[in-house]
Design a protein around this ligand. Structure first.
Ligand code: ADP
Ligand code: ZN
Length: 607
């Protein structure tokens, strides 16, 4: 049986990587041991290598079932580029492409075959496979078999019958979706036999999160765009008309942006998506309709110009940034208005599951107004612990927040008001008392006579309301019971005594950033020693090659590889092979174009 060392050699030879990423070794061991497995790894975790590298070592064929045709095509192109014999069978192929795959299949030279579920379960699919020695069946995006996942596909359920058809073939299910319920359901639906369960860490350390209340939205968007001139990014908007407005504005201001939403003609939509993938346009402005099946690895930023409708959606949409594991910015701009927009959309369209949707809407809003480390908040939401005190990669931990002076006094006023109200009222009502509202209910209860009535009347209602949420998020207040009544916690009492000071954010209208935002350690580390001018020239060359070969630029080389070249400036073939992500096949194909460029560049610099 092939061992892990042999796999490591394959990885070096074909992919040019020197080591494994977390959980890859375990997943490959599971693959080599021929037992079933369920592997959950976050986006960018390196799932594909876990089954591709063992497949190279096996004598027979590894079958990969994937629901996303565009992803399949990218993966097969990338494998061939790495010198691995791979093919696919799906409805988007030309007859020539199909017969090419069938030929390799029948002469038994194929190591990996990618299939859509329809093709596998459709007429002749199973018979076709019976002619080959099937080493393993990989199910990518396996959460699609589960009703509990976010993307259930009824036709995927039929894959449950695979075990009956191929009882002795190991099945490996891969997904980026975490919950235990989904995991167990995948194993059950696929009839896996005592599968090895591997669950990765959900944090995406290379993503730098920041969340801002919208005040001057376009300026806030532009600020991020200017940090990423000439780089690829996605801007998400809630509604189609916002997409169009944003796009028009950006193009008139000299940025390169294209729209994407369900209301555009399919040809135009496809053309815009391809322009983005091929780097003919920098920015795609889109509704959430955009993104499925996009595995462009070098998306350097994702901006949400409106609040997403749940944390799951946020994780997925922001997760499209930085798949190459290099730093990327995720900027979320939100407003109370966005909350209202979603609320109306949900009330208008959903009956079943409305309360779940509304709960999720509240959770994302709490995330936005919260002042807990963003990495921690997200990871905790998905049921994992987050150990670092300071992630160094979010607005909270980088201290880029505009906090109010006098937070202690404000917090004390809020907490005492909760006590004066006998801990029997919710956040909205308490806020009204604090700002001195003369609303009927307040007068009826006689709360206008409390000593805490109107003690925060110099601030806008919205700001006070947010502060209440921020105190809840930090555990000084708790929401209790069916009606979310506010209660003061032990640590809240510590604040009253003046022995702890909460963080409270400045109301957006008055925010003024005196100092520029601090950058994350990711950015400085990943760019360390990189010659940016050379990097730009390498990118241009990569694009030329991509145009010639018809593959997306990131299939030719990831940004990581280009940065390594622009850092170490290899001048000969053997040092070129040392670059991150450069295996033998890529060196063979591309060294003759990249080396002269680097030599020229270095020569020029010396002159
Ligand atoms: P996923 O499918 O889990 O989102 P990918 O398979 O696309 O992740 O891999 C994410 C990135 O990590 C890719 O750029 C890939 O080339 C890179 N990668 C995978 N395995 C390794 C490794 N062992 N060492 C270095 N980089 C790796
Ligand atoms: Zn943090």
């Amino acid at each position: 049986m092939p061992d892990l060392n042999a796999v490591a050699q394959v990885v070096k030879k074909h992919w040019g990587y020197d080591s494994f990423l977390p959980l890859q070794a375990e997943a490959m061991t599971a693959a080599l041991s021929k037992a079933d497995s369920v592997v959950v790894m976050p986006t960018g975790g390196g799932k594909s290598l876990c089954f591709q590298a063992p497949a190279v070592l096996c004598e027979g064929l590894t079958v990969v079932v994937s629901p996303l045709i565009s992803l399949m095509k990218d993966q097969v192109d990338a494998l061939i580029d790495c010198g691995v014999s791979a093919g696919r069978l799906d409805s988007s192929q030309t007859p020539e492409e199909r017969s090419e795959t069938l030929k390799h299949l029948s002469d038994k030279t194929l190591k990996l075959l990618y299939l859509s579920p329809e093709r596998l379960l459709g007429a002749g699919g199973v018979e076709l496979l019976r002619e080959s020695k099937i080493e393993a069946i990989i199910l990518d995006e396996a959460h699609c078999v589960s009703m509990w996942g976010h993307d259930f596909r009824p036709e995927y359920r039929r894959l449950g019958g695979l075990k009956d058809i191929f009882p002795n073939t190991p099945i490996h299910a891969y997904t980026a979706t975490a919950t235990e319920k989904v995991r167990d359901d995948i194993a059950e639906q696929l009839q896996l036999v005592s599968p090895t369960m591997l669950v990765g860490n959900f944090d995406r350390p290379n993503l730098v999160y920041s969340v801002e209340r919208k005040h001057k939205m376009l300026e806030q968007v532009i600020e991020t765009l200017n940090k990423h001139r000439g780089e690829s990014g996605i801007i998400y908007c809630i509604r189609r008309r916002d997409v169009q407005d944003m796009c028009d504005y950006l193009n008139s201001d000299g940025y390169s942006a294209a729209p994407y939403h369900a209301g555009l003609e399919p040809e135009l939509r496809k053309a815009n998506q391809e322009a983005f993938i091929n780097e003919d346009v920098d920015v795609i402005v889109a509704t959430v309709a955009f993104g499925m099946g996009i595995d462009k690895s070098n998306v350097r930023f994702v901006i949400h110009a409106g609040m997403p409708k749940s944390i799951e959606h946020y994780q997925q949409e922001s997760g499209r940034a930085g798949r190459d594991r290099l730093e990327a910015d995720c900027v979320l701009l939100y407003s109370g208005g966005d909350y209202g927009t979603w609320n109306r959309i949900m009330q208008g369209s959903e009956q079943e599951g409305l309360d779940i949707s509304l709960r999720k809407l509240n959770e994302i809003y709490d995330f936005c107004t919260g002042v807990t480390c963003r990495h921690k908040a997200l990871v905790n939401y998905f049921g994992q612990e987050f150990a670092p005190e300071n992630c160094g990669a979010c607005d909270i931990c980088l201290g880029n927040l505009d906090t109010v002076d006098g937070a202690l006094v404000i917090a004390q006023k809020i907490i005492s008001c909760v006590l004066r109200l006998d801990q029997r009222f919710g956040a909205a009502y308490t806020t009204q008392v604090l700002v001195g509202s003369r609303e009927k209910r307040i007068l009826e209860f006689g709360h206008d006579t409390l000593s805490t009535f109107s003690i925060l009347d110099e601030f806008p209602v919205r700001a006070v309301r947010d502060w209440v949420e921020q105190l809840v998020a930090q555990g000084y207040l708790a929401k209790t019971g069916e009606f979310n009544v506010l209660a003061v916690s032990e640590s809240g009492r510590v604040v009253l005594r003046g022995d702890a000071t909460p963080k409270l954010l400045k109301p957006a209208e008055k925010s003024s950033k005196s100092k520029g935002p601090k950058t994350s350690k990711q950015i400085s580390e990943n760019w360390e020693g990189v010659d940016k001018d050379l990097f730009d020239e390498l990118r241009t060359l990569r694009k030329t090659i991509a145009q010639r070969t018809g593959a997306p630029p990131y299939v030719v080389f990831h940004d990581t590889s280009l940065r390594d070249m622009a850092r170490k400036k290899p001048l000969d073939r053997s040092s070129f092979l040392e670059m991150y992500g450069v295996g033998e096949s890529k060196a063979q194909k591309y060294a003759d174009e990249f080396l002269p460029l680097i030599r020229d560049y270095v020569g020029q610099k010396q002159n």
